[in-house]
Design a protein around this ligand. Structure first.
Ligand code: NCD
Ligand code: ZN
Ligand code: ZN
Length: 472
């Protein structure tokens, strides 16, 4: 692999020439070996003229840094539309600095942070605070999602117009879910007026109650309170009906169940403005992981993940709180349905739901641990493993779900390598094998279930506005 970049001091530059990589830009239906030139933060040339232009520029302003991307994929900077940065108020878990460093390490150039902070992002002042802080301390582009309701408490609508004016790219009560259907209807009507996407964490409180894992065989075997899939599907169905009623798009976040995929597939066929997102943990793991069941590890160990290498040992009962997230890991059938939804386009975007929590919070009984796991640094590899290395999808289709699809959903001027576009680029090796180590994560929190896993697919360079912010 090329190591030329190690000798260069990139920090002063916002121009770079990437040569010999496989350039995949789904927005422009491009998939070919080509050179890419970023000049002063913008995509300046792709193909034969990249070198010529770099030469011209060079003679005027000195040499343009060069990276040999032969054998690597060069694509528009990846976007993660569902992440928790924990500022303001929860900086023991994560900060904008550490969260964006982890994003860069995962290959992401743009991220959308959720409003369940302390205080929540339900007013223009807090939006401004985060945007200013992100501009100063963040290493990737940070877009902000505002709250639907004040304090994400579900009782009174937030000032949606002023949130939009302050620059939010969407609204959601993520972490919570607006239970009152009329309030959700009004939120959709306002959001429609302001041309703002509404994202929703789909959870019916009555059905879910104090459930901590998927309701099924394993919740019974482990003696843990179950959370039925219908607790998610009920709200997905509600969102479909309200999207239809109001004409405003609703994006259903972190879907985990077969029924949700089925509902969205059917609604889309009728032209309802609805969309869905999948997170790697839901299409890689199942609830049997919480039991540490032999069955789970054997079943998957035979497959692409190579647990037989001894990285992860089945232990019964496991109760590892790093397998606890909202919504929960579900059954094998649910996992398959999420994969099918990704393959047939029902679920058009991938997101991490990067949700950092401190060790002391997670190191308690399963019932008491907070929901959520970190995700930036394993997201690309797990997606490639479950979708590309298993031949379910091609690279271009996967990259689409990480670039142009989320950009379109949120009206972001990102996600393409069109001439003149922002110079955000991700360079990755789809075949590189590596082990995810706890000591290596750039996140402030360590709550991942994937340590010790042998992964395949690795970000090599993350470029934001022409500047490498991460190099392998
Ligand atoms: N997903 C999670 O399990 N946790 C998220 C909240 C959320 O995304 O709903 C968190 O903020 O910790
Ligand atoms: Zn959520
Ligand atoms: Zn979330």
């Amino acid at each position: 692999m090329a190591a030329a970049h190690k000798d260069l001091e990139f920090a002063d530059w916002n121009s770079i020439l990437l040569t010999g990589g496989r350039v995949i830009d789904p927005a422009n239906q491009r998939d070919e070996v080509a050179d890419v030139l970023i000049l002063e933060g913008k995509v300046a040339a792709i193909g034969a003229e990249a070198k010529t232009k770099a030469g011209e520029f060079q003679s005027v302003l000195g040499s343009v840094p060069h990276f040999d991307a032969t054998g690597l994929v060069v694509c528009p900077g990846l976007i993660d539309l569902h992440v928790h940065l924990r500022e303001p108020g929860q900086s023991a878990k994560e900060t904008i600095a550490t969260g964006t460093a982890s994003a860069a390490k995962g290959g992401f150039t743009s991220i959308v942070c959720m409003p369940n902070t302390s205080p929540s992002i339900d007013n223009a002042g807090t939006v401004a605070l985060i945007r200013e802080k992100a501009a100063r301390e963040g290493v990737v582009n940070v877009f902000v999602a505002g709250a639907i309701t004040k304090g994400i408490a579900g009782e009174e609508l937030a000032s949606i117009g002023s949130l939009k004016a302050a620059g939010v790219v969407a609204i959601t009560d993520d972490g919570h879910c607006v239970q009152n259907n009329d309030m959700m209807r009004r939120a959709l009507e306002y959001a429609g007026m302001f041309d703002l996407t509404v994202m929703d964490h789909c959870q019916d409180y009555g059905l879910v109650m104090d459930g901590v894992m998927h309701e099924g065989y394993w919740s019974t075997a482990l003696g843990l309170k179950g959370w039925p899939a219908s607790g998610e599907e009920m709200i997905v169905a509600r969102n479909i009906l309200l999207a239809e009623l109001t004409g405003t798009r609703v994006h259903c976040q972190h879907l985990s169940s077969a029924g949700s995929v089925r509902l969205i597939r059917e609604a889309k066929k009728r032209g309802v403005p609805i969309s869905g997102e999948a997170c790697p943990h839901h299409f890689v793991l199942t609830d049997a992981a919480i039991a540490g069941s032999e069955q789970f590890w054997k079943e998957d160990g035979k497959g692409i993940f190579g647990f037989e290498n001894g990285a992860v040992k089945p232990t019964w009962p496991n109760y590892d709180t790093n397998f606890k997230m909202n919504p929960p890991l579900r059954s094998v059938a649910d996992r398959e349905a999420i994969l099918e939804g990704l393959v047939d386009g029902t679920l058009e975007v991938l997101g991490s739901d990067h949700a950092p929590h401190c060790d002391y919070e997670k190191e308690v009984e399963f019932d008491y641990a907070p929901f959520g796991i970190t995700g930036f640094e394993t997201e690309l590899a797990l997606s490639l493993m479950q979708l590309y290395h298993t031949k379910r999808l091609g690279l271009s289709q996967i990259i689409e779900k990480f670039t142009v699809a989320p950009a379109r959903l949120l009206n972001l001027k990102k996600g393409t390598l069109s001439l003149g576009a922002d110079g955000d680029v991700t360079v990755f090796d789809p075949d590189a094998e590596w082990v995810f180590e706890r000591e290596a994560t750039a996140s402030k929190s360590k709550n991942s279930p994937f340590y010790g896993w042998k992964l395949k697919g690795k970000p090599i360079m993350t470029i934001v506005n022409g500047r490498p912010v991460y190099t392998e």
